[in-house]
Ligand binder design. Sequence first.
Ligand SMILES: [Zn+2]
Length: 129
Amino acid sequence: MPPGPPPSPGPRGWARCLDNVADLLRRGAWYPIVDDSDDDKVVIEVRKKPVRISRVDVTVREAPPDQWSVVVRTGVLRPTLGGREGEEVTTTYAVCPQCQERQDFSGKPDAMKCLRCKKESKVDWSETC
Ligand SMILES: [Zn+2]
């Protein structure tokens, strides 16, 4: 038998959740896949715990994330938050690919430096979460 490729260490891939599971996972954050042996589900590590999630609910990539995810969410203000009732507000923030910290930004930067882990990464403008 010819020798196969050596087993690759580390995660089997990375998963980012779609909107409908954002309660469980942080929007815009990539989580390492620890088991992808099931056809319908992947197991990802969330805060050191394995979480089984449907493949249809996540975006999967093989390479480690190296760009900020841009999260855009639109919500309706509640009067308790000081706005006019029913007013729509859009909140935009980026999620660090290294430490998953949320960070605000203004304009449309090409790259940002994380205030928490001090690493600079490019910003992924190709899609928003
Ligand atoms: Zn960071």
